[in-house]
Design a protein around this ligand. Structure first.
Ligand code: PLP
Ligand code: COI
Length: 340
């Protein structure tokens, strides 16, 4: 059945699709995946995800190529990061084979929602792992649910591949250095909401977080990693409190292949002015060039993309990454898996 979706103007938001996939962990074992058309799920009032934040999620996309085929990008990295998050908040891990079985089902059962090639849109997949067993004491649940819903999306920042504006936020942190920053758990996003709203109220697209201890080094940007280009070098923060981005890891690789040097190191905020290009990267954000960074506390603005256009290296990285994801250029790295 056809849809009447306006693919070219899709926001990054929830749109109902046909099915979601669920699997249940009980008595030390995972069930087979179940296909559901219900957008709701019954949940025990004492489930640990509701009270003690036992939950983790992933974000990945399925892309339709010119050949009509549907591609996943580095799904194994998402599976492994979900396992890392599960260990981080003491949940049962979803094995790779169950993860990819559920991902494949979620895409195939909602195939009519995979946006057509050339629209710039893709199908966003949201795998979610939650503690569903009842506990009142603070301890891990013995039962878990893994589910995946999908929704067709456009770019996360309304600007698309055009410069976005970012505001530095110092009066809240999303995660502590030895806390949950490297895990993709909901609590980090709850903690980021104060910063997100503060940035939005100031007229900016997302908050930039600095390290929690010194407020000196760049951590990350809302729901995306930070990168900068200077002297033919791709620079990105090394920090214990940021999410290890799969997009960033891929850009590091592409940058090396393009002959750039790569530095993963603490990035002092005082260096900002010396960068030739700066950007945010992530599955949802793709590559979003940053045109302006506003330091709210110091009332100082740093400007990039002075001609209003993304820089040449960000553009080349963007074109190469999307080219591989949509199948326009060869994938020499084995990053793409077809959904068949
Ligand atoms: N940082 C945060 C806090 C995120 O939520 C995301 C999104 O997943 C990223 C970075 C980018 O990670 P990835 O490229 O794996 O999507
Ligand atoms: C993603 O890029 O997949 C994310 O998870 C960002 C999301 C929190 C909006």
């Amino acid at each position: 059945m056809e849809t009447n979706i306006d693919w070219k103007n899709l926001p990054f938001g929830y749109l109902k699709t046909d099915f979601n996939i669920r699997a249940y962990y009980k008595n030390g074992q995972w069930s087979k995946p179940e296909i559901s058309s219900d957008e709701h799920m019954p949940i025990h009032i004492a489930a640990t995800c509701l009270h003690y934040g036992q939950e983790a999620f992933e974000g990945m996309k399925a892309y339709r190529g010119k050949d009509g085929k549907i591609r996943l990008f580095r799904w194994d990295e998402n599976a492994h990061r979900l396992q890392h998050s599960a260990r981080g908040v003491m949940m049962a891990e979803v094995p790779d084979d169950l993860f990819i079985e559920c991902v494949t089902l979620a895409v195939k059962k909602n195939e009519r929602f995979v946006p057509p090639y050339g629209t710039g849109a893709s199908l966003y997949l949201r795998p979610l792992l939650i503690g569903t067993g009842a506990e009142v004491g603070v301890k891990p649940a013995s039962e878990y649910t893994f589910m995946i819903f999908v929704t067709p999306v456009g770019p996360y920042f309304k600007e698309g591949f055009n410069p976005v504006k970012i505001a530095v936020v110092r009066d809240s942190d999303r995660a502590a250095p030895q806390g949950t920053g490297t895990f993709k758990v909901g609590g980090n996003y709850a903690a980021s909401l104060r910063g997100v709203i503060k940035a939005h109220k100031a007229g900016y697209g997302a908050p930039m977080y600095l390290d929690c201890v010194h407020k000196q080094f760049v951590d990350e940007i809302g729901a995306a990693n930070f990168f900068a280009i200077k002297d033919n070098t791709y620079i990105t923060p090394k920090s214990e409190s940021i999410l290890p981005s799969i997009t960033n890891k891929s850009l590091v690789h592409l940058a090396e292949q393009m002959g750039l040097k790569v530095e993963r190191r603490p990035v002092d905020f005082n260096e900002i002015n010396s960068f030739e290009e700066v950007g945010a990267c992530g599955t949802a954000a793709i590559i979003s060039p940053i045109g302006e960074i506003y330091d709210i506390d110091k009332e100082t603005t740093y400007k990039f993309c002075k001609d209003g256009k993304p820089g040449p290296i960000s553009t080349k990285l963007y074109e190469t990454l999307l080219g591989i994801q949509f199948g326009d250029i060869p994938d020499p790295y084995g990053w793409v898996t077809f959904v068949e």
